[in-house]
Design a protein around this ligand. Structure first.
Ligand SMILES: [Zn+2]
Length: 298
């Protein structure tokens, strides 16, 4: 990344990927500033020029930030092209790149959570990746590479951001339990989120551990309990029922995958249920089917 920042290594689109807390957001910021900076050095931006000044004040006319919006947390096509734009909508990416830099070396766009682009937005973005303007630089970040269209991936320089080893996390977060660490999958950002609202997450870990001692006849009761944990999570995160359901399932999958007493296929069943919820499946039916599947094959 420092070779990209100094200009020694040229790329017009970079994808930074890694788990939450792996530092990709900060790295995106550093790279964006280096690309905007009027006189970057071997370490990136000089921090003193006019472009750096407006970047640090947060009003650079040459920086565009795009992030998921709305209750479904989607990056809509109107953020990329003029199609379906309303009068008050911010400048779309394609328009932004059409203009020459106003006070910086490049025009830079950061797309956060790039896996949240819908199909139309991804296809519109491909056009700018195929015919880039020489002054246009793009930084994408994601914690889910598999959610990014392969045609977009193939046109970006992908940089992996790694999470620290578990010993470092134990030292940094002494209050974290082994269950918390299992659910966080060693990602500091995820661990911070769990420790911010530990009660529903610890209920979920207890639920996961208790599955091995449940009887097949308890499937519907267990499904109801999982729904109530999801409601509790929605209550503290205020993220909406669907987001709480997907969060509960991804954390449960992470827990079961690392729990030595749980059969290996359970985490896989939970991951499949997660995909069905993401694909708009009815949460009630998906949870019931999941718990029946787990407890019947125990
Ligand atoms: Zn500068």
């Amino acid at each position: 990344v420092s070779r990209l920042a100094s200009g020694e290594f040229a790329a017009h689109a970079v994808l930074l990927y890694g788990a939450p807390g792996s530092g990709k957001g900060e790295l995106a910021r550093l790279l964006a500033q280096a690309w905007l900076c009027l006189s970057p050095g071997p370490e990136g931006a000089d921090g003193t020029c006019r472009a750096c000044g407006s970047f640090e004040r947060g009003n650079s006319p040459d920086l565009l930030r795009i992030a998921p919006q709305g209750p479904s947390a989607i990056i809509a096509v109107k953020t990329i092209t003029n199609d379906k734009q309303k009068p008050d909508d911010p400048t779309p990416l394609i328009e932004f790149f059409r203009t020459l830099p106003l006070g910086s070396r490049n025009r830079v766009a950061i797309i956060e959570d790039a896996h949240r682009m819908n199909g139309d937005a991804s296809n519109a973005l491909l056009k700018t990746l195929e015919e880039p303007h020489p002054h246009a630089k793009l930084v994408l970040t994601t914690d889910s590479v598999s959610g990014v269209l392969p045609t977009i991936l193939s046109r970006c320089l992908a940089v992996a951001c790694e999470v620290p080893p578990v010993e470092a996390l134990r030292a940094q977060f002494p209050e974290a339990t082994e269950d918390d660490l299992r659910m966080a999958e060693n990602a500091p950002g995820r661990l911070r989120a769990i420790l911010g609202n530990p009660i529903p997450y610890r209920r979920l870990a207890a639920f996961g551990r208790g599955l091995t001692s449940r009887k097949p006849g308890e499937a519907l009761v267990a499904a109801e309990e999982l729904r109530s944990i999801s409601d509790a999570l929605d209550g503290v995160l205020k993220c909406g029922a669907r987001a709480a359901n997907t969060e509960v399932l991804s954390m449960l999958a992470a827990f079961l995958a690392r729990d030595p007493n749980s059969p290996a296929e359970w985490a896989q069943y939970v991951a499949e249920a997660h995909r069905r919820i993401v694909g708009n499946g009815s949460p009630g039916l998906v949870f019931d089917a999941l718990l029946s599947r787990i407890l019947l094959r125990r």
